[in-house]
Write a protein that binds this ligand. Structure first.
Ligand code: GDG
Length: 490
């Protein structure tokens, strides 16, 4: 840790900081870098551009001064216990999350949660403004902070502002349920560039802009009249009626992973040995099927278990031959819908194992835990078939990680067409998770697929993931952002 950082020319704003506060056995606290994809992607840019990261440290009622960690300036935004309950668990995870994922669960609408969302977004915007140099570039991340672009533009018209939405943007028929639908659209339109995972998300957003604001859109550009904005906002030019406007770009920038980093780990002899050991510990079944998800109702874990259970019940899969390993990492455990989901999934696992397991062999090896990255990669290497059956998913990085680690060009990916990754990984076996019979057929096809076909498909998927890795994602976004942000400048 060093002295507080001052103002910066590049600022990332996200709900969570890229560091975790770890309490040592002696009671002292230290900061641990959390090596997520976003950090890996942005680290070089951060260092080159004197970057700062504004976000919450993950613990309520913790007010700490800015500090430096691994060459990145960290600017913590404090959240009280009440803020966490209303803004984070409430509006972000129990209103926006289900609404943006096709109302798979019922979104809860509470005015008290919305008020907290506005209040906390303002706090993030103020922190970002105070951290940004004149003319700096600010990149706001994700659905928890959709009001920040407008709030920032009002106080700091000199900034170039980008926004990236990691989750889907829903069709207008669903989005229009939101009591605060116009405020959120206005919040996002404060950005110069709004990035989405898929073309469909960007199109849904543009349609919502037309319906709610009536602004003209052409392809990925939206003309936002300056009438509502504070003086000093840069105009891009006049529109037909002679009024000044600014151009906002809304388009897809599919996120990716640090493919090389995953491949390097997959080459490590100890991780390869661990993959073999995992198969042995499972009793050396002929085929290992794997699912890895946060325990979330969007991931379609129940649909996958149903299909697998029926395959055993039908006698089309023998429990001695095939084992399903399901890692369900704990998530949002204070939100009621997540507690219920856990009960439902664990009931299903218990029933299938109880009905079809033998002493010493269970059809499903279920783990409600979070593993170290090395163990995850060993699991990917041990799995003949990877099941990604999301009912709706912005991208799904697990699908890309599986491909990146398969240095042997082996393994079959079964992938939901409702995950953003299906736009890119076209040689996966694409499925509709709601179609249980179709899913069962596809699992059988995956188990029986000949080696030559597995190789061709995996090679093609690996090429895509390596050609479009996370650093390409960030450089593509920033290139468009710089170009559009500058257009209305000096
Ligand atoms: C959101 C969007 C979008 C999971 N369990 C463990 C573990 N993981 C890692 C995976 C992967 C990440 O967590 C999960 O990423 P996903 O993309 O699959 O899903 P979300 O968490 O829902 O992410 C999603 C993403 O944002 C990025 O824009 O793709 O659509 O919903 O990296 O490997 N990692 C470790 N132990 C675990 O037990 N170490």
């Amino acid at each position: 840790m060093t002295a507080p950082a001052e103002r910066h020319t590049f600022v990332v704003v996200s709900n969570r900081l890229p560091v975790d506060r770890v309490i040592e056995p002696d009671g002292s606290a230290r900061w641990q870098h959390s090596p997520g994809g976003l950090v890996t992607a942005l680290e070089p840019v951060m260092q080159r551009m004197d970057g700062a990261w504004v976000g919450w440290a993950g613990q309520p009622d913790l007010d700490i001064e800015p500090f430096e960690s691994d060459g990145i300036s960290i600017v913590p935004v404090p959240l009280s216990r009440e803020d966490v309950r209303l803004y984070y668990e409430g509006f972000s995870n129990d209103t926006l999350w289900p609404l943006y994922h096709d109302v798979i669960a019922h979104p809860q609408y509470h005015r008290e949660w919305w008020d907290a969302y506005v209040r906390v977004n303002r706090r993030f915007a103020d922190a970002a403004a105070a951290t940004s140099e004149q003319g700096a570039t600010v990149w706001v991340q994700d659905y928890q902070l959709q009001l920040v672009p407008k709030m920032l533009r009002e106080t700091r018209p000199d900034l170039t502002i980008g926004f990236f939405n990691h989750i889907p943007f829903p069709p207008y028929g669903i989005y229009s349920q939101l009591p605060w639908r116009t405020q959120i659209i206005e919040g996002l339109l404060g950005a110069d560039v709004i990035g989405f995972q898929r073309l469909a998300d960007a199109n849904n957003f543009s349609r919502a802009v037309r319906r709610l604001k009536g602004f003209p859109t052409r392809g990925s550009t939206i003309d936002v009249p300056l009438v509502d904005e504070s003086p000093g906002v840069r105009a891009h030019g006049p529109i037909a009626g002679g009024k000044p406007f600014r151009t906002v770009i809304a388009r897809q920038f599919p996120i990716s992973i640090d493919a090389l980093g995953f491949e390097e780990l997959a080459r490590r002899p100890d991780i390869q040995a661990r993959a073999k050991e995992i198969r042995e510990e499972l009793g050396n079944p002929k085929k290992v099927i794997l699912g890895v998800d946060r325990l979330d109702y969007t991931k379609g874990i129940g649909h996958r278990l149903k299909a697998f259970g029926e395959l055993i019940a039908d006698g089309r899969v023998e429990v001695e031959d095939v084992t399903l390993v399901q890692v369900a990492s704990p998530s949002r455990e204070r939100v009621e819908a997540y507690r219920q989901l856990r009960d439902e999934i664990e009931l299903m696992v218990g029933r299938i194992n109880g009905d079809y397991g033998h002493i010493g062999h269970a059809p499903i090896s279920y783990h409600h835990t979070s593993y170290p990255r090395e163990e995850m990669i060993a699991l990917y290497l041990a799995a003949d078939v990877m099941l990604v059956t999301a009912l709706r998913d912005g991208m799904n990085l697990v699908a890309k990680e599986y491909a990146a680690t398969r240095i042997d060009d082996d393994g079959v990916l079964v992938l939901s067409e409702f995950a953003g990754a299906s736009d890119e990984l076209k040689r996966a076996l694409l499925i509709n998770p709601h179609d249980i019979d179709g899913l069962k057929q596809t699992i059988l096809r995956a188990i029986q697929m000949p080696r030559a076909e597995r190789r061709t498909r995996m090679r093609s998927m690996r090429k895509r993931v390596f050609d479009h890795d996370v650093s390409k994602w960030s450089s593509d976004f920033l290139e468009v952002l710089m170009a559009n942000g500058r257009k209305g400048g000096s």
